[in-house]
Design a protein around this ligand. Structure first.
Ligand code: ACO
Length: 216
């Protein structure tokens, strides 16, 4: 009922055994709308995608936002180092032909072009892989509070940089509002196969993947 921060909302680090309820939340409030997932068939994420997101839990870098014990928002983040683009290209090649392989392919290009390790002269960064807010609670700055808590967590763990690939126009607006620096923008029409066919077709109004960074 209350506005502002007096709304019984709590943010905490997600533990490994939160994996099942985190994934249940992501299915309902992240994957259905996330533009890359929504932009290529089938509608459900690959198991490799889910496994990858859950593999970030042991790092202590994923956050849950709870209201009266119920998950209302979640952020999945994890460490990356300067070999990240090469690693993503290799994974994408290995999984070629699958939905997750296709998604990794565009993430690899974005990682290479954003070039954050050289750009910010750092050797590691905390990278946000997913953020979702309960669809019924959007527009109340919950995403903003969660991203601020994630930046605090990154500082506590001595990460020099926080990065995020915003596949959604809404998450992009959020990072801009929070003062993140836009470092690269890739139109979805640029991600094509050898025959020139667009590989991922996110629904309107999402037109590009924009990479943002924040020094911690
Ligand atoms: N569809 C339509 N309108 C939306 C959406 C949406 N998906 N998201 C936010 N809005 C609107 C809000 O209603 C609000 O409108 P208002 O100002 O008229 O009230 C406005 O946009 C601003 O909303 P925010 O408070 O900035 O957004 P919020 O923090 O609630 O949620 C988020 C942002 C997390 C991106 C949310 O849209 C979401 O969960 N989307 C689904 C999953 C997704 O796409 N995640 C981001 C992908 S990129 C990544 O994960 C790294």
């Amino acid at each position: 009922s209350a506005a502002g921060n007096d709304d019984a909302i709590e943010i905490r680090v997600a533990a490994v055994d939160d994996g099942n309820r985190l994934m249940e939340f992501l299915h309902e409030h992240y994957y259905r709308e996330e533009p890359l997932t929504a932009g290529c068939a089938p509608p459900e994420p690959d198991e490799a995608d889910e496994k990858f997101l859950l593999s970030n839990l042991p790092h202590g870098t994923c956050l849950l936002m709870l209201q009266h014990g119920r998950i209302v928002a979640a952020a999945v983040a994890g460490p990356k180092t300067a070999d990240e683009a090469a690693h993503l290209f290799a994974e994408a090649a290995h999984l070629a032909g699958s939905k997750w392989g296709r998604i990794l392919g565009i993430l690899a290009i974005a990682e290479r072009d954003a070039n954050v390790f050289a750009r910010f002269n750092v050797d590691r960064a905390l990278h946000v892989h997913a953020i979702g807010v309960d669809a019924a609670l959007r527009g109340r700055a919950l995403g903003e509070r969660l991203m601020n808590a994630l930046a605090d967590r990154g500082r506590d763990l001595n990460y020099p940089l926080l990065t995020v690939d915003c596949t959604s126009i809404y998450s992009g607006r959020l990072m801009k509002r929070l003062g993140y620096e836009s470092v690269n923008r890739m139109p979805y029409t640029d991600y094509v196969d050898v025959a020139g066919q667009q590989l991922i077709r996110p629904p309107a109004p999402h037109e590009f993947l924009e990479t943002f960074a924040l020094r911690l």
